[in-house]
Design a protein around this ligand. Structure first.
Ligand code: CP
Length: 303
């Protein structure tokens, strides 16, 4: 992976995913190592973030590197009309690697084509979020002991949910995954993503009702209905409360069930679920540091 950009989860093989996960386990055991001393990582966030930006920055700091960047495009020269191309070419002069989140689909690919240093896509609009996907795979393997023979539900905004798109595509690399896709009719998984499931002859089932699917699941991956992706606020209002998971709904679920969520949540997981041992979303967020340490160390050629 040395010097390669991570733009889409499709860019990497199953073997490469697994190497990252194994390396992340090493960082989980020993998160403080001085292997990025002398390296500068730029974090350019044109969209808001808590977990992705701070876990990347924590990962760099724990590995002895330095971070530069901005958290709001309005504080950068983008606000004066500078193009993304010029911003990337400039920041590439100041850093060894750029982590970028941007609202436009395809922006990370475009950045990787003009940058002299690797680009890590920290989310490009409704398209992909490959580093979240890798930490989700890490969490699934950590909690289930495997990445095959699983029943996984993705719930909520499957149309605009970039974490869902990356996860579904990655999981088709593994054997005997059954996908349960729960969404309002307006927010179904795009056909282009479903094609990946079909190509591997894996099974998927689509539902609008969450309750009926819960007893069959190993992993329940909840997502937020994302107000910022809707052009029509009335449509958002109509679907925003489609799914609200609460503790009672987990009665009869399998013992090994784990509830994941990329976060932030709004109200799709009731707080009464947080104390249920099946809730695992805050541990999942912690795993973001170890997985991002593994990604940075691999791309910067330190491991
Ligand atoms: N999961 C995720 O991308 O969270 P943030 O938007 O807080 O980075």
């Amino acid at each position: 992976m040395k010097n390669r950009s991570l733009v889409s989860i499709n860019d990497f093989s199953k073997e490469e995913y697994l190497k990252i996960l194994d390396l992340a386990s090493e960082f989980e055991k020993q998160p403080v190592q001085n292997i990025l001393e002398g390296n500068v990582v730029a974090t350019l966030f044109f969209e808001p973030s808590t977990r992705t930006r701070l876990s990347f920055e924590s990962a760099v700091n724990r590995l002895g590197g330095r971070v530069i960047g901005f958290t709001d495009a309005s504080s950068s020269s983008t606000s004066k009309g500078e193009s993304l191309k010029d911003t990337i070419k400039t920041v590439a002069n100041y850093s060894d690697l750029i982590v970028m989140r941007h609202p436009i689909e395809g922006s990370a690919k475009w950045a990787s084509e003009v940058s002299s240093v690797p680009i890590i896509n920290a989310g490009d609009g409704a398209n992909q979020h490959p580093t979240q996907c890798l930490l989700d795979l890490y969490t699934i393997r950590q909690t289930q002991g495997r990445l095959d023979n699983l029943h996984i539900a993705f719930v909520g905004d499957l149309k605009y949910g970039r974490t869902v798109h990356s996860n579904v595509i990655a999981l088709t690399q593994f054997d005997n995954i059954t996908f349960h896709l729960v969404s309002p009719d307006e927010l179904k998984l795009p056909s282009a993503v479903k094609m990946h499931i079909k190509k591997k002859n894996l099974n998927y089932y689509q539902y609008t009702d969450l309750k009926e699917v819960i007893p069959h699941l190993d992993v329940l991956y909840m997502t937020r209905i994302q107000r910022e992706r809707f052009s029509d606020p009335i449509e958002y209002e109509r679907v925003k409360n489609s799914y609200v998971l609460n503790n009672d709904m987990l009665d009869g679920s399998k013992d090994n069930l784990k509830i994941l969520h990329p976060l932030p949540r709004v109200n799709e997981i009731n707080e009464d679920v947080d104390s249920n041992p099946k809730a695992y979303y805050f541990e999942q967020a912690l795993n973001g540091v170890f997985v991002r340490q593994a990604i940075l160390a691999s791309i910067l050629g330190k491991k």
